[in-house]
Structure formats: structure tokens, C-alpha cells
Design a protein around this ligand. Sequence first.
Ligand SMILES: [Fe+2]
Ligand SMILES: [Fe+2]
Length: 358
Amino acid sequence: MCDFHISRRGFLKSAGAAAAISTLPVSMVELAFAEPEKNFTFAYISDSHIQEIEGAKFVRNWDRGLIRAVAETNLLNPKPDFVVFGGDLAQLGKKSELDHGAEMLAKLNYDVHCVMGEHDYYLDLGKYWSELYGPHYYSWDHKGVHFITLNSVLTYDEWTHERWPTEMQRMIEMAGLDNPNGSPFMVGDKQREWLAKDLSKVKTDTPIVLFSHSPIQKIYKGWNFWTEDAEQIQELLQPFDNATVIYGHVHQIQYNQIGNISFHAVMATAWPWPYPETYAQAEQHMPKLTVPMNRADPFFERDATGWQLIDLNSGRVAMRYNLYNNTNRTVKYNPATNQPEDEAYQQPESRVAPQIHY
Ligand SMILES: [Fe+2]
Ligand SMILES: [Fe+2]
């Protein structure tokens, strides 16, 4: 079911137009709904990695990142319709970490939709997380947009169930960024079947926004900036005029376009990861990104961490990055080029290479 937000300005404009053609209040209401006032916003906070050091003591920086994101989100004006938390609430999936993070998230004055991260999942396979936040994947409709949340951090059963002597060992092996003992993330058959069924009920002109933790595109396998069955999910989204995938996990600003699908990463509140490209030595490790991107400053300690406000303009995402102690940025869909672009994009030739002195 759709309902339409009517801003005061939009309503007054409509009311004026209605008054000219009819004095019946019912006409005013009808015209107000006919106004294209469908745009709305939501906020996205991700990758807080709340980490217990010992007994009720937690890493202070990660706590502060989430506390600040929650406080700033509560002060937003206009208010977002809801908040999404993009996964990796905890560092090692412990009940104490999830509880401590949930306590901070509970201070948000909005409905919160949560996405599963691998750091939340691999200790007890999402059991305690489910007690706090419900199912691992689901969909809902809001103001004419179809929203989907997937658990994209599953992997092969053999890796999950047969390889590790303890649950904590399994968690630690998956928690490392570049650990060769890890395993590629995937959505898996069961969820893909559910997704196909879910999407079969949606008209192809309905905007789709899909939330996942790992990117539903293959960027860098060595660090699991990767979803093994990405192409199969992309195929399910391609029939739609307008589909967007929003993901966390990579702790950095990324955007891309594959066919009809726009991809946007959200940043972390904990720490920034460097860009895989800078570490790649082998060709097959280079990110396959179709849109040239501005990058955050890797020497700026808190750059590429923060939170985002997302404008949905007739279903097209405009991502407003709120950077700690730095200029905010906006990445918007450009209909002329059919791809998301940084509003202050620097042409490669105008970039000045940093001067390094030894
Ligand atoms: Fe993370
Ligand atoms: Fe992650």
C-alpha cells in the first residue's frame, strides 16, 4: 500500500489550485494527492563494530562513533522517514556487544530496519541478533518504493558447519579482513528463491531499493568486498526500471552502475578501510567499477567514516555523505549519463598528485 507525504508548501499550492476550480473541500484533497510530493528521506548508519574488551568495558572510539551518529540523526530536519542500520553492529557477535549496540540504537527516535553483518552472524549464526531484530531477510513497501533486506554474508555449509572446533574460532576466522581462511559471502539459493518470488509481485516501474551488508557486486575477493552469487541477484533486479543496492561492509565511499542498478556504499562509524586498488598487485584483484570515483583522503584519520542521509527522488537515490570534520559530499544519480556521480567530481586531469618527500 502506498501513502503520499504532503508537504505544507505542496498542500497549500494544491489547495490554491483546487480553490480556483472547485469550492468543495474533497477536490482540494484529491488535488493534494495528485501533487508529485513522493520524495522522502531516510538515514543510514553502518558498521559500528561495538567491541567488548573485558567485562562491560568496550572500545571507546567505536562507542563514540555510534553515539554521535545516533545523536546527529535525531537532530535531522526534515526528519527522515526511518533509519537503516547496515550491519556489523558487533565485532565478535557476542551477546554483550549486541546488547550494548542495541542500547545505543534504541535511542533513535525513528523506526529502525537492521541488516545482518558477518560480525553479527558467525558466532551463533544470527540467533541472538534475531531475538533483537527479527528475520534475516524481508521486504516492505513505503510511499511507492519496494524495500528489500537480504542477509548477504552466508557462505558454504562445509565452511560454516564442519571446519571449526568452536563457534568463536569460526567467528574470528570470518572477522579478519584479509584472512585466507575466510570464505566468500553469498546470498544463497533459499533467499534467491524468496527474492524471485517477492519481486514477481512487484510492477517493473516500481522503484526497488535493496539493502545488503556485502556489495551485491564483485569488487575485491581478497577482502570479501564481494558476493559470490552477485550476478544472479543482479539478474533478478534488471527487469526493473529503477533499482538501487545500498551496502555497508566496505567502510568507504563507493558508487557504481551495472545495467539498471545503481550501487552505493555507506560508510562506517568505526574506522575507514583503505581502497583495495592501492593494495592490489595482481590484475584479477582490481576492482571492476564502471563509474570513476572521487576518493576520500586516506591520510585523514576519520575520513570515509560517518553516516548518510539518503534522498529518494522518484526512486532515484541521492546519497548525502556526512563526513567527520570534513566537507560533506553528495553522490546523485545523473539522468544524462545514467549513473551516480559525485556532485563535486574532480576530473582526473585536474587532480594534483600528492607530493611525497622522503
Ligand atoms: Fe564492517
Ligand atoms: Fe562486514
